[in-house]
Write a protein that binds this ligand. Structure first.
Ligand code: AMP
Ligand code: MG
Length: 425
């Protein structure tokens, strides 16, 4: 069964795929630490009209800042990452704004193909540049290391002038709402290439997927800007901006949403819980994973793209576990966000043989889920280790659920994998 949560975004024009007019589709059915990056600091980012929130002892007292579109809910004073969180939320929100601008009127020339044939758009590059520039601007006294998906090699080619110009205009237009600043094409290239860090077990590293789910983005469906912070190899902060995700549960896949009912910002820091706010509103709500312990009442998420996860294997696992509901297929780490607020109880991800998971595809999502009371492990039940560089070394796949369901889920996963291997002998 394939259902759509028909999210109509007024003015969404997609010349790439003119027959489709709906956004937000939901289908049921190691290396040493890198040198700190400092070279963006000199850019023309003149003093901001945005001010970081003052430390507050009251939990989530809305921060009001008359001159900024990004008032930030204050964390309790026990949080050691509050200024990083404020900066990350601002960076991801601005990047989401750039992505929304592009998605609403995407041009054929905005889409390119990477060496591995996967798509990349001006919005992927623009989002990465924005996040790098904003983090540098907001956290000027901290060393900066960024592990991010994109690099500027293709933008430096002779035939890429116009594309770089388009990205630079998008970046400047987006930054102008918050900063009195203009960056050049060269600055944009440098900002994108600040993401070449190898990460690792020591020091702090930002981890970014500028558009997670580029294929969903191109379909007009779900995607996420996923930003996390590693400290000594552990994810300590995560922000997921999901511009097309409805504010309310997507469990009802037939629901329709208007533009002002979509756009979610999930965030979490270690031991502070997970929170959700609208991308257009600063009031935050604490979120928790589902308490479902009966598989017959659980629903599960998986990739929309069959090329990204083995749908047959997840179907076998669901049958073994006794899950009755059809899979809910959506793109990107929006799945982690939806699971963290209890829209569904299980997320299964089994890439095809040979695929190596990247840390930016799971870092932000995993802390949002774990701080909401869930667990994310590999198929052997090991916790995800983000300290090994740009890749995750793991056993077979990634499974995410609440603590009550996890033991039975892990059994079903391992039995199904064994059965699948035996059938291939
Ligand atoms: P999903 O939205 O769950 O389909 O996952 C999207 C992410 O999967 C993309 O952002 C890519 O980084 C990653 N990806 C790309 N190619 C593959 C692949 N062959 N198998 C699994 N994941 C992939
Ligand atoms: Mg990705």
């Amino acid at each position: 069964m394939a259902c759509r949560a028909a999210i109509s975004l007024p003015g969404l024009t997609r010349p790439l795929k003119p027959s489709s007019s709906v956004s937000g589709r939901i289908s049921s059915g190691s290396a040493p630490p890198s040198k700190p990056y400092r070279s963006l600091r000199h850019l023309l980012l003149v003093p901001s009209r945005f001010h970081l929130p003052l430390p507050s002892s009251s939990h989530f007292r809305p921060f009001s800042c008359a001159s900024s579109a990004f008032p930030v809910a204050a964390m309790s004073s026990s949080s050691s990452y509050q200024k990083e969180l404020a900066a990350a939320k601002k960076a991801a929100s601005l990047a989401a704004r750039l992505c929304q601008t592009v998605q609403k009127a995407i041009l054929k020339s905005d889409v390119h193909s990477k060496a591995d044939k996967s798509p990349v758009t001006v919005a992927d590059y623009g989002s990465q540049a924005i996040v790098s520039l904003v983090l540098n601007k907001e956290l000027p006294s901290e060393s900066f290391s960024l592990v991010a998906e994109e690099d500027s090699a293709d933008l430096q080619k002779d035939d890429a002038h116009e594309t770089l110009e388009r990205i630079t205009v998008l970046v400047n237009d987006t930054l102008s709402s918050e900063y009195n600043t203009t960056v050049s094409g060269k600055d944009v290239l440098a900002a994108i290439d600040s993401g070449k860090s190898e990460g690792g077990p020591h020091g702090r590293h930002w981890v970014l997927d500028p558009i997670d789910g580029t294929k969903g983005f191109l379909r007009g469906d779900q995607y996420a800007i996923a930003l996390a912070l590693l400290d000594e190899g552990k994810v300590v902060l995560g922000v997921l901006a999901c511009p097309n995700l409805p504010h309310t549960s997507i469990a009802n896949v037939d629901a329709h949403y208007s533009e002002n009912q979509i756009g979610c910002l999930f965030y979490a820091t270690t031991d502070e819980g997970a929170y959700l706010q609208s991308l257009n509103d600063s009031s935050a709500t604490k979120i928790n994973v589902s308490t479902v312990d009966n598989p017959a009442e659980a629903s599960f998420f998986e990739s929309y793209e069959a090329a990204h996860s083995l749908h047959d294997l997840s179907k076998a696992i669901a049958v073994k576990l006794g899950v009755q509901a059809p899979p809910v297929r959506i793109d990107s780490q929006a799945k982690y966000g939806a699971l963290a607020r209890g829209d569904g109880a299980i997320y299964l991800r089994f890439p095809h043989k040979g695929y190596r998971e990247k840390i930016w595809d799971h870092a932000a999502g995993s802390i949002v889920v774990t701080e909401a009371g869930g667990i994310a492990t590999d198929a052997a039940g090991n916790h995800l280790d983000f300290s090994k560089g740009r890749h995750l070394d793991l056993d077979t796949g990634i499974i995410v659920s609440n603590k009550k369901l996890m033991p039975a889920l892990l059994n079903a996963v391992q039995e199904s994998i064994r059965a699948q291997s035996a059938s291939h002998l």
